[in-house]
Ligand binder design. Structure first.
Ligand code: SF4
Length: 376
């Protein structure tokens, strides 16, 4: 029933390679969750008709003022598109997301926010400026599991030992030896229960795809906003420069309402509150300013969707990385990162295999001629 496609097998191998030999229960639990989700993802979407054209493609374009057609001399816009796919004659952008919110209800706040989310519009603007218009985007969302290894009753344990299987999956000798003496699911058992949950019991709870449309007028409006933010950033940086000439190292405007915005302290809280200094051992220099875009990209040469969306509410967070010499916190590895890393390796392995299977791979794509300016 859960027969794996070659891409899904590659995804599981990538997760195992990423976590093998790590003697840490938390990492192994994350790996079990990720493997189960790949099995569920494979079952949910294996019949979909999208054909991948390009994977993790770096894209860039001039930053253009749509009202005057003038090009910024300071900024360019850039990003990395997860996957470009075709669906019949349509060329679509596809982005993989994980979340903790409800996605099974079509009216859930997650989908409402997506209607105005800037990220797909940002990529569509870059593609349009590059003469490769997208017909829409597909948001490929995966909800993180909330179930954890559970306690087993005596009857549960007796059944596993008698049937030598659990949640329709045959158990290993190690698990069968552990069950009589443990009152909790082993990781193997937990993984089997999660596979059953996300393949047959609640696949809609875990996996959803949504088609997004952005009209030309929406993209144009976004281009205006982007240009305006670039002007605001330039104005703030000019003030910072003026202050620093007078020996004043003040940060841009701090927004204390945003410091705990995502349920945990902002990574820069210690610096903003003077509890920490950028030259302390808690900070290290980044190998590249923007790890996703690769070397050579960073302020002041880019406006991608993150600083652009950060800047209005968190000017300090958007500009602080420059002020502290592109350092990154040594201590910060969030639960979300811990979860996302192995899964990202897995999904990337899956998409790469799919792309190769379709004989279309990045190096076979010939970039089109980039128009100097966009005709609106
Ligand atoms: S960068 Fe902004 S959000 Fe972060 S701690 Fe400083 S003021 Fe708060």
């Amino acid at each position: 029933m859960n027969q794996l496609s070659p891409p899904a097998t590659a995804a599981i191998a990538a997760i195992n390679a990423q976590t093998q030999g790590v003697d840490d229960d938390r990492t192994q639990l994350v790996a079990a969750k990720c493997r189960a989700l790949v099995v569920g993802y494979n079952a949910r979407w294996r019949d979909q008709s999208y054909k991948p054209l390009a994977v993790e493609q770096f894209v860039q374009a001039d930053l253009v003022n749509p009202d005057t057609n003038s090009i910024s001399r300071t900024f360019r816009i850039a990003g990395k598109e997860d996957v470009i796919v075709t669906d019949g004659s349509r060329r679509l952008l596809m982005d993989a997301k994980t979340c903790s919110q409800d996605i099974s209800d079509p009216n859930a706040p997650y989908w409402q926010q997506l209607a105005i989310e800037a990220q797909p519009t940002h990529y569509m603007l870059i593609d349009w400026l590059s003469g490769l218009k997208c017909d829409g985007a597909v948001w490929d969302v995966l909800r993180k599991p909330t179930i954890a290894p559970k306690k087993l009753t005596k009857a549960d344990r007796a059944r596993v030992c008698a049937e030598r299987s659990y949640c329709d999956t045959a158990m290993s000798e190690d698990t069968l030896a552990a069950v009589p003496v443990n009152d909790r699911e082993t990781l193997e058992m937990y993984e089997a229960r999660l596979v059953k949950d996300c393949t047959t019991i609640r696949p809609d709870w875990y996996f959803q795809r949504r088609f997004l449309v952005r009209l030309d007028a929406n993209i144009l409006e976004y281009a205006r906003e982007l240009w305006q933010h670039s002007q605001d950033i330039l104005a703030t940086r000019a003030i910072m420069r003026k202050h620093s000439k007078n020996g004043d190292t003040r940060l841009p405007v701090r927004n204390s309402g945003a410091c705990m915005l995502y349920g945990s302290p902002c990574v820069f809280l210690g610096l903003c509150s003077d509890y920490d200094q950028p030259n302390s051992d808690r900070w290290q220099r980044k190998p590249t300013v923007h790890s996703e875009l690769g070397p050579g990209w960073g302020w002041p040469r880019r406006v991608d969707e993150q600083p652009h969306s950060l800047f209005p509410n968190m000017p300090t967070k958007a500009l602080l990385p420059v002020r502290i010499g592109h350092r990154t916190s040594r201590c910060r590895r969030t639960r979300s990162t811990l979860f996302w890393e192995p899964l990202a390796y897995g999904l990337r392995g899956m998409v790469e295999r799919t792309a190769k299977g379709n004989q279309l791979w990045l190096h076979q794509l010939t970039p089109g001629k980039l128009p100097a300016k966009l005709r609106w």
